[in-house]
Design a protein. Structure first.
Length: 109
């Protein structure tokens, strides 16, 4: 996997529903997704929309709220539907720092 050895932080498996608010110019777009993994510095989720790299996002799950920037977004065709795998660099954790730490218990191997 390209870039895997270059990661600064270990990634941890996750499977949680998330709310994603993306700033597109002056518009705020609301959406949902599924958290796949996270680390101290970022997270990866799957959703139904393409979010261009550089897009500012607010993400909420459980009692966590954070602000980040989309680093990559890739199309994934899965069976009969299309979804996007999106990587986000976490810029600030607004709420739920302890819960976020609690999710980082099972590293991806």
């Amino acid at each position: 996997m390209k870039g895997y050895k270059q990661r600064r932080h270990s990634r941890y498996a996750a499977d949680l529903a998330i709310q994603v608010d993306a700033m597109r110019g002056t518009r705020l777009e609301h959406g949902t997704g599924r958290l796949l993994d996270l680390s101290e510095g970022g997270l990866c989720f799957v959703g139904t929309r393409y979010l261009p790299p550089g897009t500012s996002v607010n993400i909420e799950f459980e009692d966590c709220r954070l602000v980040g920037e989309v680093r990559h977004c890739r199309l994934r065709e899965y069976a009969a539907h299309v979804e996007f795998v999106t990587g986000v660099r976490i810029q600030q954790v607004l709420d739920g720092q302890d819960s976020l730490r609690g999710l980082t218990q099972t590293p991806l191997g």
